[in-house]
Design a protein around this ligand. Structure first.
Ligand code: SF4
Length: 90
């Protein structure tokens, strides 16, 4: 349903482009670590967040669908074998 922001803090180098594109959603502190102020941005912030995703120099920002299993269906494998991999004993 909602969209959630995920930041890869390993990739993030604190450039602050995200804060410029979406102030109020991202905040870069003095030690160059980014803080996501609103993980689930409102409609009004989505355009800025999309710009931040696009222009982040290290591509550290992702937008994922949150809690919408029907949307996730598009990117998930049609056959879910994850459960059958465990507990395989002869
Ligand atoms: S633009 Fe990217 S690299 Fe820069 S602070 Fe934001 S997430 Fe980190």
């Amino acid at each position: 349903m909602g969209t959630r922001i995920v930041v890869d803090y390993v990739l993030c180098q604190g450039h602050g482009v995200c804060e410029s594109e979406a102030p109020g959603v991202f905040e870069v502190s003095k030690d160059h670590s980014v803080v996501v102020l609103s993980e689930s941005p409102s409609e009004e912030h989505l355009a800025g967040v999309a710009q931040a995703v696009k222009y982040c120099p290290t591509h550290a920002i992702s937008l994922v669908e949150d809690g919408d299993t029907s949307a996730a269906h598009d990117i998930s494998s049609p056959t879910d074998n994850t459960a059958s991999d465990e507990g395989v004993t002869p």
